[in-house]
Design a protein around this ligand. Sequence first.
Ligand code: KG4
Ligand code: ZN
Length: 338
Amino acid sequence: NQPIYILAIESSCDDTAAAVLENDKVLSNIVARQAIHEEYGGVVPELASRAHQQNIVPVIDVALKKANIDKSQLSGIAFTQGPGLMGSLLVGSSFAKSMAQALKIPLVAVHHMHAHVLAHFIDEAGYDKPEFPFLAMTISGGHTQIIKVKSFFEMEVIGETTDDAVGEAFDKSAKILGLPYPGGPLIDKFAQTGNPKAFQFTKPKVDGLNFSFSGLKTQILYFIQKHVAENPNFIEENKNDICASIQYTIIQILMDKLKLAVAETGINQIAIGGGVSANSGIRTTLKEAETKYGWKTFIPKFEYTTDNAAMIGIVGYYKFLEHQFEDASVVSKARIEF
Ligand code: KG4
Ligand code: ZN
């Protein structure tokens, strides 16, 4: 059997990424981060699109070079069809289409959220793959979903946020504390030496497996305003405890829903993905759940959890095996059904 070489392109948000896979193994995984957005405290769509246009050629070039693969060896090209920012998606899809056409090789369209889920199937030493069926929880700056995964191509969203994503909850809380964007990693860092029970925040009441984080943000804002009015140094003096308490509340919200999802589905294999899965508190809590509740948990290698092209490539590979190809008329979709 000849190996299958997939070039994958991801450009749904603010990172321009390309990867080359040999079957389910990653040969290269390149991400060009766009620092420009930091100055604005969030992603600016117009700037993202322009930066993708500048980055895409060099990023693909480096991915091929690093993989030691000539483009003539490629079996197919996979790209992110959606969901995401339209102007960003179009840069990746246009490039993928013309390259596939020029090389006369198949084009594979990939759903960004499927990719976060199937990132667990990248062959990587030291990382187990979940068995079907399993529950996937995708937590990032753009998404918060619990997905029931029955097979590579059969998955169902059983819970999702009704407002902010969990990463936004971290980032907006951090902003209230005067921390730079993205604040999630900083909250994590300060939380490590803080008392998670120092301050109490109430968890939102949301039916079923859905989430809501916007109330928590407002609650934190009022809490900080009230204390700072009494003591201007309140944040400085209590930074670690505040961060630990916020993080603890967010983790409890996620864990409550996961427990409910396990109870409702009878599935106790949990695979997480998305940038927020880097959070040390979430990692520890999930590991504890293995002994506490008998769950089996999966956390992919960090470079495959944040937005990356290797995860697009693994979906590309499985779709390639099934001959799920597209022609050049395939359209990018800012919103896309699951
Ligand atoms: O997956 P990602 O890189 O991009 C998307 O949003 O799709 O996720 C970025 C998000 C940001 O909100 C960032 O603050 C959060 O992940 N994040 C963290 C940590 N590392 C990244 N949140 C909490 N703790 C962390 N250690
Ligand atoms: Zn993502």
